[in-house]
Design a binder for this molecule. Structure first.
Ligand SMILES: CC(C)(COP(=O)(O)OP(=O)(O)OC[C@H]1O[C@@H](n2cnc3c(N)ncnc32)[C@H](O)[C@@H]1OP(=O)(O)O)[C@@H](O)C(=O)NCCC(=O)NCCS
Length: 179
């Protein structure tokens, strides 16, 4: 059974490896290798993930199965794009389930933990960005009750892309859908 725990500073190396690998596995085939290398180099590494794990304005959650980390999510506070209109917004910044565990319910368990942590932090609206071409993730978030509220640019290395912005109230709708 999936259990979810908060990330600790000691998880920085593990998180850096898991983060870079799952990002590359998800988007590598659809992007130029140079852009991917630039993005990975700037975003993942023990130093970078240590900063994230120590940052009180962020929360990192690790999903484990039989003691093995198999997915992670990160929340971060900050001003949302104008298209997110709900009260007390909080961003679901990263949400990744390792490939062998996709389609097996782990994502739902991780999303339930994300919701609980967001509520604990006083949020009432959860929002996120997802690449417009990431059909599987968009289908998953739709299933979880998120609505498409707009778009925003995302720069992968040197490539300007378009993300969809999704949002949902941390109310019964999202609660029921992510159970
Ligand atoms: C996005 C993610 C968390 C979803 O978790 P999951 O376990 O795969 O989710 P599920 O299988 O429950 O749901 C995905 C839905 O997409 C559908 N789906 C599967 N493959 C698909 C594809 N290639 N295209 C479109 N939809 C697809 C499934 O049918 C399912 O819907 P259903 O249950 O109604 O049939 C997981 O796939 C993942 O970590 N992907 C890689 C990282 C990523 O994209 N993260 C999001 C970044 S914003």
């Amino acid at each position: 059974m999936t259990s979810v725990r908060p990330g600790r500073l000691a998880d920085a190396a593990l998180l850096a490896e898991l983060g870079a690998r799952t990002f590359h596995e998800t988007f590598g085939a659809h992007n130029r290798a140079e852009d991917m290398a630039l993005y990975l180099g700037r975003s993942y590494g023990v130093a970078q993930q240590s900063v994230e794990l120590a940052d009180p304005s962020m929360a990192t959650l690790l999903a484990e199965l039989d003691g093995q980390v198999a997915g992670y999510a990160q929340l971060r506070s900050g001003p949302p794009p104008a298209c997110v209109e709900g009260p007390a917004p909080l961003e679901l910044w990263r949400f990744y389930v390792d490939r062998p565990w996709q389609g097996r319910g782990m994502a739902q368990a991780l999303m339930a933990a994300v919701r609980a942590e967001a509520v604990r932090r006083g949020a009432r609206t959860l929002w996120l960005c997802v690449w417009e071409r990431n059909e599987r993730a968009k289908a998953f978030y739709r299933k979880c009750g998120f609505l498409d509220v707009g778009s925003q640019p995302f720069i992968l290395g040197t490539d300007r892309q378009t993300d969809r912005v999704l949002a949902g109230a941390l109310s019964e709708t999202l609660a029921e859908a992510s159970r």
